[in-house]
Design a protein around this ligand. Sequence first.
Ligand code: ADP
Ligand code: ASP
Ligand code: MG
Length: 412
Amino acid sequence: MALLVQKYGGTSVGTTERIKAIADKVKRFKERGDDIVVVVSAMSGETNRLIGLSKDIMEEPTPREMDVLVSTGEQVTIALLSMALNHAGCDAVSYTGAQVRITTNTAHTKARIVSIDEHNMRSDLDAGRVIVVAGFQGVDETGNITTLGRGGSDTTAVALAAALKADECQIYTDVDGVYTTDPRVVDNARRMEKITFEEMIEMASLGSKVLQIRAVEFAGKYAVPLRVLSSFTEGPGTLITIEDDGSMEQPAVSGIAFNRDEAKLTLVGVPDIPGVASKILRPISDENIEVDMIVQNVGLDKKTDFTFTVHRNDFKRAKSVLDEVCINLQAETSAGDNDIAKVSIVGVGMRSHAGVATKMFEVLSEEGINIQMISTSEIKISVVIDEKYLELAVRTLHSAFDLDDTKTVEES
Ligand code: ADP
Ligand code: ASP
Ligand code: MG
């Protein structure tokens, strides 16, 4: 008998038919003798619909009211799934985040979990009930509803698994595991049996939204066995593991991630004097805008071009801040580009393989794709390119680094 935390995402609970199918699936686990805690997302499209409603009222509602609004999506699904389980003859009880008592800090719309009271859940588990918990939401010390950021139900599931010391945290979704890249973009992407926490954190943070990055970090920190599986088909899915002992030959690149959510800003012809970088970025961070990649290059004329990327949602605000900085620093001009994308190759095997970056750049240049920015770490290389070449770049790199699923190629 195992204690399993199972999370079902938006498409898995997208209709009442799907909810009934999930109830049958959960019931089968329960009948096998496992204790089950289920975490659910809102029905697919619901969170976006709720955000849309708020925009009809005003552009920037207070984050507190946004949380009250968007947390309702998950409250619907916990009730419907509990009903479906009860209807199927399986004793189940729903919990909102506040009812569990998932306490978070007060950072509305991006709150972090501080503690979880497992006491109430334990007594229901001991009484043989399935527990159905609303993902994505918590409550702060004073009782305000909070949410954990988009995709946050993954983090709820991992956090509950850690608190309850579950045997496994299973993330059920609309693909049957973690693939070498998004299978919706590359047809012959390959499902991985295993991926290390380290690689999964990079993949998630570089744009592979199959798991929320904080969920992976949490699982790594608390050693929660984590698996991604399909809620539609049977199969082993992908296990997220600690790095193997080195006995296996690692491929240089194990996955490709990409992200269309960024925009690029450049300050051209800034006088090259100490303190310039901070003078450019300080007003940006004062506006609470996060910066991702940064490139600076000093020309022979002792002037610097300073380029950085921000989230696309922050582009307009960042550009107007930069326009002011441009005047204050007596730079030549400021420029912005919204039509960029970031493509990254990821792999712990890169550490022991030389020339991976060179190969990546060659492959892109053979396709005539211009690289606008580059950033590297021990286990990843990211480039910024024109968005219109994104899919071509991902497909070409996928095959150049031997990631294509040869079975699919032969069959097709
Ligand atoms: P859920 O609603 O279940 O949380 P998400 O839409 O958040 O599902 O995540 C699943 C999606 O992640 C898939 O449909 C797939 O398009 C996308 N995805 C992106 N990168 C990958 C990858 N490397 N492997 C698998 N899926 C990926
Ligand atoms: N419903 C939330 C979202 O769409 C949380 C989640 O699905 O994980 O982001
Ligand atoms: Mg998700």
